[in-house]
Design a binder for this molecule. Structure first.
Ligand SMILES: Cc1cc2nc3c(=O)[nH]c(=O)nc-3n(C[C@H](O)[C@H](O)[C@H](O)COP(=O)(O)O)c2cc1C
Length: 205
C-alpha cells in the first residue's frame, strides 16, 4: 500500500491545506502502519509550466527525441510513475485567486498524457489510473463550497475522473480569512471530517 501526498500550498508545511492533509495522513498511517508514504511538495519542487516545446516532447516518437526532449519525457514519466504506484492520493488544495494553485496546474499538465494516464477510444477518453482512492483537503479564505464560485471542486473532480480516479472525498475548511472564531470552527469541523474518514466505524459507534 502506497499513499502519495501532494501539497500545493505556497507555504509548504505551514499551509492550512498541508496541515489538514498531514493530519489525515498521520491518522491514516496509524491504521496502515506498513504503508509507504511519499510526499510531493509542489512549492519546493516546482513543476515547470507546460509550453509548446515541452508538449512537443510528449508527442514525439521515442527514437526522434532530442536530448532536451528526452529529459522532459523522463521527468514527466517519473511523475506519472510515482502517481501510478500510489493506491491512495492525498491532495492539499488551497484556493488562490479563485482557482487551483498554478503549481498544481503545472503538475497536472505533466501527468495528463495520452497513452500514459488516459487514452482515447471510440467512446471517448478513458482514464488509466484506476483502482485509486483520493482525498482532497481544500482550504479557502472565503465561503464557496456548493456555489458556482467553487471552481476548484468541479475541476479537480473532473480531472481526476478523466484520469480514472472517481472515488474522491473532499474535506473543506472555509472562511479562514473571515475571523478567528470562524477559522477555529472551520478547522475543527475539518478535523472531525478527517476522523470520520479514517475511522468511520469509531465515530458511528
Ligand atoms: C495568493 C493568495 C490568493 C488567495 N485567493 C483566495 C481566493 O480567491 N478565495 C479565497 O477564498 N481565499 C483566497 N486566499 C486565501 C487562501 O485560500 C487561504 O489562506 C487558504 O488557507 C490557503 O491555503 P494554504 O494555507 O494551504 O496555502 C488566497 C490566499 C493567497 C495567499
Amino acid at each position: 500500500m502506497t499513499l502519495l501526498q501532494i501539497n500545493a500550498s505556497i507555504f509548504s508545511n505551514h499551509g492550512q491545506s498541508t496541515r489538514l492533509a498531514d493530519e489525515f495522513v498521520t491518522a491514516w498511517r496509524a491504521s496502515n502502519p506498513d504503508a509507504k508514504v511519499v510526499v510531493r511538495n509542489l512549492a519546493e519542487e516546482t513543476v515547470p509550466h507546460l509550453n509548446a516545446e515541452r508538449f512537443g516532447a510528449f508527442l514525439a516518437k521515442p527514437g526522434e527525441l532530442s536530448v532536451e526532449q528526452q529529459a522532459v519525457v523522463e521527468y514527466s514519466d517519473a511523475l506519472i510513475d510515482e502517481l501510478k504506484r500510489a493506491d491512495v492520493l492525498v491532495l492539499g488544495l488551497p484556493m488562490y485567486n479563485f482557482g487551483v494553485p498554478s503549481t498544481l496546474k503545472a503538475y497536472i499538465d505533466h501527468i495528463a498524457r495520452a497513452g500514459a494516464t488516459f487514452k482515447y477510444t471510440d467512446k471517448g477518453p478513458v482514464g488509466l489510473l484506476t483502482g485509486k482512492k483520493a482525498y482532497v483537503f481544500a482550504t479557502r479564505g472565503g465561503l464557496y463550497a456548493g456555489t458556482a464560485l467553487d471552481t476548484q471542486t468541479a475541476y479537480v473532480r473532473d480531472m481526476l475522473r478523466f484520469l480514472g480516479i472517481d472515488d474522491v472525498e473532499f474535506v473543506y475548511a472555509e472562511g479562514l480569512a473571515i475571523g478567528a472564531e470562524r477559522k477555529a470552527t472551520a478547522l475543527s469541523e475539518a478535523q472531525r471530517a478527517i476522523e470520520r474518514l479514517v475511522v468511520p466505524e469509531a465515530i458511528a459507534a
